[in-house]
Design a protein around this ligand. Structure first.
Ligand code: NAD
Length: 342
């Protein structure tokens, strides 16, 4: 089996690639892997092994490149996206380009190249916010951030390529991921890397916003379940089942980092900040026999240990986003991230 992984140098994609190469989903049997990644600020070649895979530095919006690359692959797993909500609040341009146009190009190239199977990786944020209960796969899409809207657009394109052309594509929608190799701009690594340095952590608003946490290893295993057993045109939720307020997460991280909880500072809330996300993931459990294995407390502890032991991975300013230290707002200009400041 030869699998092409887009965004395979980012946080989740690189975990999936490392797992494939280690034969984790195939009883140790090797899987041939091609990674396509534009190596934006969020992607690093060093996140995946130097050898044992084909790496292509390229853009998912580049249809001629995709048409060159896709033939001969048995599957495409599409992770590549702009993924940080805060950046999409500053500017949605790159989100519309990479997430919508890029996904359309991936679907089109898969269709024209005769790739027999595609998994499109998406997010629970396409549903907006839910105060009580959990979303099933039938809920209407009500995205609130430009990031979520761009992912919703790509999900609809995936459905359209299945319905119109019969492309064998499934969509996964997962809750918030955490684990090693996550960019320090995201909530958990941002808090860990600041607490380990004795710096204050900025908590949006009251900190009452609830997120459902999913370890990246569980998410990637679920994606592979969907790749091998999921049905065409279907959506599968991947939830972690572990809901926490952001304040609870910050307090637990302070304890695990051995830091003063007084470092947690409430800052002006994010615009349009969703209050709660919660997925009903009974479909993937029932149909594909998947269930998460990593309890949040264990996963959080091992994630803190990983960041403690890999300071070289995150301590360089470039690894933390454009402006990591001043509070409350880490994001300055969307152009700063690519070093394209005038
Ligand atoms: P990430 O930002 O860590 O990695 C994204 C990767 O995609 C990077 O390697 C980047 O270089 C690459 N990329 C971006 N634009 C590209 C383009 N135009 N062409 C080629 N490569 C490009 O993101 P992540 O957290 O690993 O998320 C992966 C996927 O999972 C995304 O589709 C995201 O929407 C989805 N998701 C993430 C989470 C989460 O909690 N991190 C939750 C739900 C869904």
């Amino acid at each position: 089996m030869r699998i092409l992984v887009t965004g395979g140098a980012g946080f989740i994609g690189s975990h999936y690639v490392r797992s494939l190469l280690a034969g984790e989903y195939t009883g140790g049997a090797p899987v041939a892997v091609t990674v396509l990644d534009a190596l934006t600020y969020a992607g690093r070649r060093g996140n995946i092994p130097a050898d044992g895979l084909d790496f292509v530095h390229g853009d998912v919006c580049d249809l001629p490149l995709l048409l060159d690359l896709f033939p001969g692959h048995d599957a495409v797993v599409h992770f590549a996206a702009e993924s940080h909500v805060d950046r999409s609040v500053v500017s949605g341009v790159e989100f519309a380009r990479s997430n919508v146009q890029g996904s359309q190009a991936v679907l089109e190239a898969a269709l024209r190249s005769g790739v027999p199977r595609v998994v499109h990786v998406s997010t629970d944020e396409v549903y907006g916010s839910i105060e009580r209960g959990s979303w099933t796969e039938e809920y209407p899409l009500l995205p609130n951030s430009p990031y979520a809207a761009s992912k919703a657009g790509s999900d609809l394109l995936a459905r359209a390529y299945w319905r119109t052309h019969g492309l064998n594509v499934s969509v996964t929608r997962c809750s918030n991921n955490y684990g090693p190799y996550q960019h320090a701009e995201k909530l958990i690594p941002r808090f860990i890397t600041r607490l380990l340095r004795g710096a204050t952590v900025p908590l949006y608003g009251s900190g009452r916003n609830v997120r459902e946490w999913l370890h990246v290893a569980d998410h990637c295993r679920a994606v592979h379940h969907v790749l091998t057993g999921g049905r065409a045109g279907e959506i599968y939720h991947v939830g972690g089942g572990e809901e926490r307020t952001n304040l609870e997460v910050a307090q637990r991280l302070a304890a695990l980092c051995g830091a003063d909880p007084g470092l947690i500072r409430h800052v002006t809330d994010r615009k349009g900040h969703d209050l709660r996300y919660s997925l009903d993931d009974s479909k993937i459990r029932r149909e594909l026999g998947y269930a998460p294995r990593i309890a949040f407390e264990d996963g959080l502890r091992s994630t803190v240990d990983w960041y403690r032991e890999h300071t070289e991975w995150w301590a360089a300013p470039a690894a933390q986003g454009p402006d990591p230290d001043p509070l409350p707002h880490p994001v300055t200009s969307p152009r700063a991230r690519t070093g394209q400041l005038p």
